[in-house]
Ligand binder design. Structure first.
Ligand SMILES: [Zn+2]
Ligand SMILES: [Zn+2]
Length: 346
């Protein structure tokens, strides 16, 4: 099979490899489409994502959709040719977190296309992938490949919404208009927020946010920013999704969130520590919560997509064939211009 293998910084090669065989309770997927994520970009540009350093060549990619091409022993509920979306995080199912319904915090999680393990775990920028049957969620023909390959980042936004609690009637601000921020806007609208605003210093991203349904777009560096927040909300936003990972955005959140508001941190911040006005957490009872990957939101996500409640296709800005995966990564690095770049394997 053909696969896009990362050898080092800016060194992605499309190579011929042996196709994997499915183990018991695994299926072999023929990958149909795959999205390029921020973490793929970090591995390609920097050779690392946080503390996960590329020490051996591996196949990138974890935002995949495909069809079942073969099945290992003991697979129930899937059949040959079934199209599926994939939860790329394999949870152990046994640890205290898995058993208490918080599998995204699993002690022994294994992530597709990741250097978090040694050796690294191969991902899905390839023609065939062997993966646990329990990580596959069937989809019907009403969900196209383009949309299906968006399921993983959509799951990140859905999980963040659950971390915030009910959004019905709330005034919501999303900071950072990358793919996750845009998906947070879509989810907040779908789950009944009264007002959804985006703040981002990059004009292209503000325009994109307006296109996917933000009621207001703000430039956090503009002189009139605070006045605009007051005009939209009175005394601040009820819920904020911090999806930029930018320290000034996290700091500014404490100025624009109202008393008793909830701030959900989704973006990852490059520095290990930043200064924050922590007393405000106390005197204004701000709830500052983290959101990591996704809990059990894939079935919910598939239902929303199948019902046509959300349209994720406007986020897909560029598509390349597998043979051009290196060019696709280069284009994906132009973060101010592109939104989601995908690789088409059909
Ligand atoms: Zn991703
Ligand atoms: Zn576990």
């Amino acid at each position: 099979m053909r696969a896009a293998v990362l050898h080092g910084i800016h060194d992605l090669r499309v190579e011929e490899l042996a196709a994997p065989e499915p183990d018991p309770r695994q299926v072999l997927l023929r990958i149909r489409r795959a999205g390029i994520c921020g973490s793929d970009i970090h591995y390609f540009e920097d050779g690392r994502v946080g503390s996960f350093v590329v020490t051996a060549p591996f196949i990138l990619g974890h935002e995949v959709t495909g069809e079942v091409a073969a099945m290992g022993e003991g697979v129930d509920g899937l059949c040959l040719g079934q199209r599926v979306v994939v939860n790329p995080a394999r949870q152990c199912g046994q640890c205290d977190y898995c058993r208490s319904g918080r599998g995204n915090l699993c002690r022994r999680v294994r992530m597709l296309g990741s250097a978090s393990t040694k050796p690294p775990t191969n991902g899905g920028f390839c023609q065939y992938l062997a993966i646990g049957a329990e990580q596959c969620f069937p989809i019907g023909p009403e969900i196209d490949d383009e949309t299906a390959a968006m399921m993983e980042p959509f799951a990140v936004a859905l999980h963040a919404a659950h971390r915030a609690g009910s959004l019905a009637g709330k005034r919501v601000l999303v900071t950072g208009g990358g793919p996750i921020g845009l998906l947070a806007i879509i989810v907040a609208r779908t789950y009944g927020a009264a007002t959804v605003a985006l703040s981002d210093p990059v004009e292209n991203r503000r325009a994109m946010a307006a296109k996917v349904g933000a009621d207001a777009v703000l430039d956090p560096t503009a002189a009139g920013f605070s006045d605009e927040v007051a005009r939209l909300t009175g005394d601040g936003f009820d819920v904020m999704f911090e999806a930029s990972g930018s320290p000034p955005a996290v700091r500014q959140a404490f100025e624009v969130i109202r008393r008793g508001g909830t701030l959900v941190q989704i973006g990852s911040i490059a520095q290990p520590e930043i200064a924050l006005p922590v007393n405000q957490l106390m005197v204004r009872e701000i709830q500052f919560v983290g959101s990591f990957r996704y809990g059990n939101v894939f079935e919910e996500g598939v239902r929303l997509l199948a019902a046509g409640r959300v349209d994720l296709r406007p986020l897909v800005s560029d598509v390349f064939p597998l043979a051009q995966a290196p060019q696709a990564l280069v284009v994906a690095c132009q973060r101010d211009r592109v939104v989601k770049v995908q690789i088409d394997l059909n």
